[in-house]
Design a binder for this molecule. Sequence first.
Ligand code: SF4
Length: 230
Amino acid sequence: MSRLSTVDWPGRLAATLFLQGCPWDCSYCHNPSLIPARTPGEIGWADVLAFLRRRRGLLDGVVFSGGEATRQAALAPAIADVRELGFAVGLHSAGPYPARLARVLPLVDWVGLDIKALPEDYPEVVRRGASGPRAWESLDLVLARGVDHEIRTTVYPGSAAAGGALEIARRVRARGARAFALQQARPQGTREGFVAAAAGWDAAAWDAECAAMAAEMEHLGFERFTYRAG
Ligand code: SF4
């Protein structure tokens, strides 16, 4: 749990809950210890609720993150508990479970949804098959629901996401997304292989490439566009 974050839900002061389990295996994952669904929890739910009770009036909201938050069968009742305490609720998801996402969308105020690649490039990024159509279906569900959102694409040098980022942003905008973020992957907290690969990046050239992508994306007509440099 992060007790206070100003970045997990842009514009809000939030506590962030990191839920175990994710069906995917991105090389740049920042919480790889949470990928196994049976990772023992660090804090029991009763203790989380006790903490949140003490923070009423001090926090704007609570973000359910992961891992992949929709992996947890108890997500909907957990959101209901948090709402009952009076908090707004945000959700981070990469969209691997569209049906589960659809069930919790009516319960949340904001969604940060990762669109990691063009549909056909997903297996390269998340290292699992049958992934792209699910993520893009989740995007359509979020947009159809009309819930406040930020769609995010994370890039690193030579990745399929970097090659397709501008087209991803164009397609996301064409489907009706209002907010989009381009994010540079950071090696901190990732696994050894990614840290080692990052040590070989030409940081200045990569920064310039990303800044150029961001400059083009700014003109795609999003109400909010954010560039998060590394
Ligand atoms: S989808 Fe997110 S939690 Fe899952 S492996 Fe990728 S970065 Fe990690």
